[in-house]
Ligand binder design. Structure first.
Ligand code: ADP
Ligand code: MG
Length: 362
């Protein structure tokens, strides 16, 4: 089912004299196509959870509309929306077994929606199979690993066959290995069920790997919406460029003059037609090419071998206080004893931003 947000704004009033009004979500418009998994990505406090709460009906927007398919749900209470929610802390009932936890949402159905006992059991077992915990039905949550508990929570969210699945940082309480595994699992389940899903995370790698589309948010404002590769390759502004990518993008103070980009005194790139002036030059770690007569000279600080790749650490006056990190092929590593390294820059991996960082120029 497609989900549409139209100019949705949610403000929280100031509580005391020293408090100020917060615009948690500001004029958010977006259409999630049916069957897609969309990640809401941004730092803590940027409005991700508020957006989910607006979608599930726990909160109402101050203005704007929300549609599931053609139906407007803006003022509908949560239980009438047909959404499944999964939270960071699983929120399972500790005194109930896995099966009873999954059954719980079905037992509260009333009237025409009421199911027979046999049907409830069938559905609960089906959901448990889907998330591969079919053999754990008699255990209590305390007897499960974090990853297994989160699977139970997902099964419980799916058992009512929701129209939309909403997940708020569902992997944050898991250790690194389980996080990776559970994330692949969520993607598999989402694809198998074809259920439109909104997945909240502050982890850019998680968002990149799991979603069809990413919405990058900052202080209640949408910064960019796009496919993961698009957002990485064509960041709309400096904030997005910095938020995506690991190791992070390298930033130099530079200027444009005579159709060329300068870092210090060195012309590092052609920029035909671009107006002169000061810019921030962002270079992805994989955007450096080691070359003896390369355009950009840096002081060599170290070489880290990471199996397949080599990470070259360097410094430059135009990059004050920061270590430059270049990822190069293992065969091309520089002489670690050298004082300087020279690089050419790959044009597709270099972004220019105006000095405010609000706009990408190239
Ligand atoms: P995120 O999930 O991205 O970390 P939230 O959506 O939880 O961010 O919060 C967005 C902003 O709204 C924050 O500044 C937060 O302090 C504020 N906020 C969230 N919920 C409430 C609330 N119930 N009352 C007041 N302020 C809130
Ligand atoms: Mg949150």
């Amino acid at each position: 089912m497609k989900v549409v947000l139209r100019n949705v704004t949610k403000k929280f009033p100031a509580r005391g004299k020293k408090d100020r009004e917060v615009t948690a979500v500001s004029d958010f418009s977006f259409e999630i196509p049916d069957g897609q998994l969309v990640a809401l990505l941004g730092p803590s406090g940027c409005g991700k959870s508020t957006t989910l709460n607006l979608l599930c009906g726990l909160q109402r927007p101050d203005s704007g509309q929300i549609f599931f398919g053609e139906e407007e749900v803006t003022q509908l209470p949560p239980e009438k929306r047909g959404v499944g929610m999964v939270f960071q802390n699983y929120a399972l009932y500790p005194h109930l077994t896995v099966l009873q936890n999954i059954l719980f949402p079905l037992q509260n159905l009333k009237g025409a929606e009421k199911l027979s006992k046999a049907e409830m059991n069938r559905r609960a077992r089906e959901a448990a199979e889907l998330v591969q915990i079919g053999e754990l039905l008699d255990r209590k949550p305390a007897e499960l690993s974090g990853g297994q508990q989160q699977r139970v929570a997902i099964a419980r969210a799916l058992v009512k066959m929701p129209r939309i699945l909403l997940m708020d940082e569902p992997l944050s309480n898991l250790d690194a290995r389980l996080r990776l595994q559970t994330r692949e699992e969520i993607r598999r389940i989402q694809k198998e069920t074809g259920i439109t899903t909104v997945f909240v995370t502050h982890d850019q790698e998680e968002a990149m790997s799991i979603s069809d589309r990413i919405v990058v948010m900052r202080e209640g404002l949408v910064q960019q919406i796009g496919r993961p590769q698009e957002v990485y390759d064509q960041p709309a502004n400096l904030f997005v460029a910095k938020f995506l990518g690991s190791p992070p993008i390298n930033l130099f103070e530079g200027r444009v003059s005579g159709g060329r980009v300068f870092i210090g005194e060195e012309a590092v790139l052609a920029a035909p037609g671009l107006a002169g002036g000061e810019v921030t030059v962002g270079v992805r770690p994989e955007g450096f090419l080691l070359k003896a007569d390369g355009a950009l000279g840096c002081r060599l600080r170290g070489v880290e071998v990471l199996g397949r790749d080599v990470s070259v650490l360097a410094a430059h006056e135009a990059c004050p206080g920061a270590v430059i990190r270049a990822i190069v092929n293992a065969q091309e590593r520089p002489d670690p004893a050298a004082d300087t390294v020279r690089f050419d820059l790959k044009p597709g991996k270099v972004f220019l931003f105006d000095k405010t960082g609000d706009q990408r120029l190239l």
